[in-house]
Design a protein around this ligand. Structure first.
Ligand code: Y12
Ligand code: CO
Length: 173
């Protein structure tokens, strides 16, 4: 399956993703192709809508203490629901759909999650640290929300100006 990353300001990133009902080979192929794309792009998380598939699917591969991302640490999350959340944490977030931009965003510090795996089995997960932040970032994609949507009015204005400038520069290259 050939995938490409959808980049801001593409309107598809505003779509709300649909619940997955079939845990079949097509879903497995999408998950496998998303993993290849995320690793190739130096990402740690990716939602299906970022590769133009509006399904409630996300993957995460948080680097370990050596900065490595072994495939055994890959988490595939389908139809996630947050069941509890606590505390406040800020992190400088980036997104493969908003290349080159990083912004401090406030999130919940810890969370509990119910979700399904690629075979439809129900799972639970307790998350803190970067995993918790990344889950919230990716779950926002399922609702059509980007991290830049959480910026204050003035930071968003500054971002839009800078992003347009960089896009124009890229076109001229
Ligand atoms: C904190 C940190 C990250 C997340 C969500 C997942 N985001 C990413 O995986 C972002 C990856 C990313 C990679 C980039 O490429 C390189 O570093 C080579 C990048 O830079 C460019 O595209 C120029 C931007 C983002 C949630 C919370
Ligand atoms: Co993102």
């Amino acid at each position: 399956m050939k995938l490409t990353i959808v980049e801001y300001p593409d309107k598809r990133l505003k779509e709300k993703s649909l619940v997955v009902e079939k845990f079949d080979q097509e879903l497995h192929s999408l998950l496998d192709a998303m993993y290849d794309m995320m690793i190739e792009s130096n990402g740690i998380g990716l939602a299906a809508i970022q590769v133009a598939h509006p399904k409630r699917v996300l993957i995460l591969n948080i680097p370990d203490e050596d900065g490595e991302q072994p495939k055994e640490n890959l988490i595939e999350i389908i139809n996630p629901v947050i069941t509890s959340k606590e505390g406040v944490a800020t992190y400088q977030e980036g997104c493969l759909s908003v290349p080159g931009f990083y912004e401090e965003i406030e999130r919940f510090e810890t969370l509990s999650l119910n979700y399904q795996d690629r075979d439809g089995n129900t799972k639970t997960l307790e998350a803190d640290g970067l995993l918790s932040i990344a889950i919230q970032h990716e779950m926002d994609h399922l609702e059509g929300v980007l991290f830049i949507d959480k910026l204050s009015y003035s930071r968003r204005k500054k971002f839009e100006k800078e992003y347009k400038r960089v896009q124009k520069e890229k076109k001229q290259r």
